[in-house]
Design a binder for this molecule. Structure first.
Ligand code: GTP
Ligand code: MG
Length: 328
């Protein structure tokens, strides 16, 4: 029902585009900050190995998925050498001993083991950098979804920029904290990727539906299929939509706001990046929630499940307000 004013549109889209690109430039970490994260990880691993023999640490989340901020937390996954899965492992005991070990580290403060969460973690604060972080155990699927998101980020620069803009938007509006009833950054990123897949022509493919050869390979991790097309150098050979979409970031951001306020049916449809064909909340039996976002690998995980009515409303209001503002 809203028609853009013809005179304003071009100028405004240009400005919108610049704001989006600036968002990325302002908040993305530089090479030094990326190296610092790797260095901290290395330091932790060396330190931990003296106390927890065979401990192996890997960075995941936004430190690795291409959507990290200068101040993003350090998401670290710990595994033990010679043990492939968490099976038979006393996670609580390992978490407790990990916390005990970390308390001896001279640049760590506020060590807090959380054993009641879905994934038990130890939280910490790194005094030298002011970064917060947590170490989880055998968070294997998270390592895979980090790789998946990193692949999408690598396909097109616009993907990265839009995901930053979305995260900044969520932070500025204070609607980006899952522990307080809104959505996690990860959930917002999935919403952006979904929009980019559904856009016509699409900006990104559905990597989990692509494969080379006769049959789609199945790679099982924790009982879930984690296969996705990762040979990005040859994407142009296997994805007919390669470089078909030529919209600017500004146009796409505007399109995203329009999509989630006017087109997307929150009641009926699941935000689902693993397949192109729409997935219904009915099929998933997720009809009672305000927003359903399916994890790309753990298909039983609805990232919108914790969204409270208040934050669901706020999210819609902010989208609408921003859209109105653009049309003004
Ligand atoms: P930042 O806000 O920049 O830290 O983004 P992030 O992507 O690192 O988010 P966060 O630190 O909250 O989560 C770390 C990673 O955990 C995500 O990137 C996902 O790989 C993984 N993850 C898997 N399931 C969930 C979930 O339900 N919630 C969150 N928050 N993360 C999940
Ligand atoms: Mg993080």
């Amino acid at each position: 029902e809203l028609e853009p004013l013809p005179l304003m549109t071009l100028d405004f889209l240009q400005i919108l585009n610049e704001v989006c690109e600036q968002c990325y430039c302002d908040f993305a970490p530089d090479d030094v900050e990326v190296k610092v994260r790797e260095h901290i990880l290395q330091d932790f691993e060396t330190f931990l190995r003296c106390q927890v023999p065979g401990a192996k640490l890997v960075l995941f989340g936004s430190s690795k998925n291409g959507f990290g901020f200068k101040q993003s937390d350090l998401d670290i996954c710990m595994t033990l050498e010679g043990q492939d899965t968490a099976e038979g492992l006393d996670s609580m005991a390992v978490i407790e001993s990990l916390a005990k070990a970390l308390r001896k580290h001279h640049s760590l403060r506020n060590i807090l083991p959380i054993t009641t969460a879905k994934v038990p973690i130890v939280k910490f604060y790194h005094t030298k950098t002011g970064l917060e972080g947590d170490i989880s155990l055998y968070n294997t699927l998270a390592l895979h979804n980090t790789q998946l998101l990193a692949s999408y980020a690598a396909i097109d620069a616009r993907v990265k920029i839009l995901c930053y803009v979305m995260k900044v938007f969520a932070k500025v509006c204070d609607i980006g904290d899952a522990s307080r009833g809104s959505l996690s950054s990860y959930a917002y990123t999935l919403m952006v990727l979904y929009f980019l897949q559904q856009r016509s022509p699409p900006v990104i493919p559905v990597l989990q539906e692509m494969y080379v050869g006769e049959k789609k390979p199945v790679v099982l991790v924790d009982g879930w299929d984690v296969h996705f097309f990762s040979d990005l150098k040859n994407l142009h050979k296997y994805w007919p939509g390669y470089k078909k979409n030529k919209e600017s970031v500004g146009q796409l951001w505007f399109g995203l706001l329009q999509f989630y306020t006017e087109t997307f049916d929150f009641k009926e449809t699941v935000v689902c990046i693993r397949r192109k064909e729409p997935l219904t909340t009915f099929k998933k039996q997720w009809t009672s929630k305000h927003l359903a976002i399916e994890d790309p690998f753990d298909l039983s995980h609805n990232l919108g499940a914790g969204l409270t009515e208040k934050y669901g409303m706020l999210l819609c209001c902010f989208f609408k307000a921003l859209l109105k503002f653009i049309f003004r």
